[in-house]
Design a protein around this ligand. Structure first.
Ligand code: BEZ
Ligand code: FE
Length: 278
């Protein structure tokens, strides 16, 4: 038996796990152990700090319910979800629209709506036109693509935060040229849930906890890779400091008023096109 020291322990751990049958599990766990050990050595982790960290993760788990996923929130505020999304984007076609955070307010099976209808008939706020095209990588429109959209109202709240009724969300199908267009309102940015251990961490780090104004999209078409993404409004004060690091330059747009290209010409226009790869 060797005398274990802070370096040998890593090799001994890897050796003990070398019997792992599943190759990918072995790769994932070997790297996790190497990085965790390196982390402890780098910061000279104290026993009380390890316990505090484990207590924090326990609280993150205890905060999870059927409607609240504090672990996903943690992966978002650490930038981990965006690292994984970015790696996934790299595996696809570089011309495809970039991915962004799905977030906890997605509802599967949103109300089906016709092109030109309002996304939020119950919201009393000035309307804008939201429109664009779903295209393949050659720029040809994809007809009958499914475009699911969800967003906050002009006060920064999702429908599910106000009432049972679904609003501010819907599913559209593109026309024969691959175009979609609808009426909606300007979304407002909002705070991520701050009443749990992740919120405590955000406050301890002196961060604001806000997301800039955005509209979520899930775009799918048969034989194409679907994309989960969002459009972000350029003039938002939090555009450079999204707490969940979902913003990237190619997803930022302006609302134009007037907008000569809008298919609903009397409204300010927000154009957002999508490119899907096969
Ligand atoms: C959202 O964009 O809906 C969202 C993302 C992360 C945390 C909270 C909300
Ligand atoms: Fe959101």
């Amino acid at each position: 038996m060797r005398e274990l020291d802070q370096d040998i322990i890593t090799d001994v751990s890897l050796e003990q796990m070398s019997s792992t049958g599943d190759r990918r599990l072995k790769e994932l766990m070997d790297a996790a152990v190497r990085h965790l050990h390196d982390y402890a050595r780098e910061v000279d982790l104290k026993p009380a700090e390890l316990l505090a960290g484990l207590r924090f993760l326990t609280e993150v788990g205890q905060k999870c319910t059927a409607h609240r996923q504090e672990f996903i929130l943690l992966s978002e505020v650490l930038g981990l979800e965006t690292v994984v999304n970015t790696l996934n984007d790299l595996r696809g076609n570089e011309r495809a629209t970039r991915t962004s955070i799905l977030g906890p307010f997605y509802v599967s099976d949103p109300p089906p709506l016709e092109l030109g209808q309002s996304l939020c008939p119950h919201v009393k706020a000035p309307e804008i036109a939201l429109y664009g095209r779903v295209m393949d990588t050659t720029g040809s429109g994809i007809p009958n693509a499914t475009v699911e959209i969800w967003q906050t109202d002009e006060e920064g709240l999702y429908d599910v935060q106000r009432h049972e009724e679904l609003d501010l969300r819907g599913r559209f199908h593109t026309n024969p040229e691959g175009r979609y267009y609808l009426r909606t309102v300007r979304p407002l940015g909002y705070s991520i849930p701050m009443d749990g251990p992740v919120g405590d961490l955000i406050r301890a780090q002196g961060r604001h906890g806000m997301r800039p104004a955005h509209i979520h999209f899930l775009v799918r078409a048969p034989d194409y890779c679907g994309v989960t993404t969002a459009v972000y409004l350029r003039n938002d004060r939090y555009i450079e400091s999204d707490t969940v690091l979902g913003v990237t330059e190619s997803l930022i747009r302006d609302i134009k008023d007037p907008d000569p290209f809008s298919p609903l010409p009397n409204l300010p226009g927000l154009q957002f096109d999508f490119t899907l790869c096969r």
